[in-house]
Design a protein around this ligand. Structure first.
Ligand code: GUN
Length: 269
């Protein structure tokens, strides 16, 4: 992530102070930790960060009004609504209120549409981090069979598109896929993003495959975080594998920083 420091510095030297505002509604303990990590990353790079905290009973129109205010503020380049929102909010409506130019999560349909079409624009943080990890270990993507387990808007769908753009053959699996293991065993690159602790076991991994574990699962009665991949068995078969915690999580934060800098750079041109 430190490679981003010169980009932040160069903006600051030009009189632009890159800035991210995180909207945090309620007091979900996991969200508090995630937000704290985002703030710390900003501090390391000289990005101005603000956490706008709203109590969980805040009426939705008030939350939307706050987003409008941040959209109109030229000193704020990036706006992120921390998910999940407490019960009672229309999450889709809320995240769509963020100005697409400040939408560093890439949740707005305009940005999602650009991603689908391959137009230039911001790319969602976790998938962008996965591609950076693959490139970082010199894993060629073109021509490989990539299997994505999970079809969420936040990871599964966008990573499938981004791997496709890099010329992988992509299969997307989900909860209704019969014989999941038969599909995952074909994967040269296996991305697990379903939110089920230990779903992917070593017998489901092709020897030598690159395994990317996006899962962050909490299991009742344990303080540990569990990935979607059973690390012990899968690491004996895989050529490379990401751990949980570590691996994808820190890359996601680094890519959020990169998107914030990109949004600030776009404002200044
Ligand atoms: N909660 C968990 N992951 C994310 C994310 O990537 N973006 C937002 N906004 N909330 C999250």
């Amino acid at each position: 992530m430190e490679e981003l420091a010169p980009r932040a510095k160069s903006l600051i030297e030009r009189g632009i102070n890159p800035s991210l505002t995180v909207l945090l509604v309620g007091d979900d303990p996991a969200s508090q930790v995630y937000v704290k990590n985002k703030v710390k990353a900003c501090q390391r790079l000289g990005i101005r960060s603000t956490v706008a905290r709203l109590p969980s009973g805040t009426p939705e129109p008030e939350l939307l009004g706050k987003i409008d205010q941040l959209n109109a503020d030229p000193t704020v380049h990036a706006v992120l609504v921390q998910l999940p929102l407490p019960k009672g909010y229309d999450e889709g409506r809320v995240v769509r209120r963020v100005d697409p130019a400040k939408d560093v999560d890439v949740f707005h349909p305009v940005n999602a549409g650009k991603l689908l079409l391959g137009d230039p624009g911001l790319e969602p943080c976790t998938p962008k981090g996965i591609i950076a990890l693959l490139d970082g270990i010199g894993c060629a993507i073109a021509g490989k069979h990539a299997v994505v387990v999970g079809r969420s808007n936040i990871v599964g769908k966008p990573i499938a598109l981004m791997l496709l753009r890099r010329h992988a053959t992509v299969t997307v699996c989900h909860s209704r896929t019969p014989d999941l293991a038969a599909v995952t065993r074909q994967a040269d690159i296996l991305v697990a993003a379903v939110g089920r602790a230990g779903l992917i076991t070593g017998d489901m991994v092709k020897p030598g495959a690159v395994v990317i574990d996006v899962g962050v699962n909490r299991v009742e009665g344990s303080k540990k975080l569990y990935g979607d991949v059973d690390f012990d068995s899968a690491s004996r078969v895989a050529g490379a594998i990401t751990p949980v915690p570590g691996g994808v999580g820190p890359m996601t934060i680094a890519m959020l920083m990169m998107n914030t800098l990109e949004a600030a750079e776009a404002c200044s041109t």
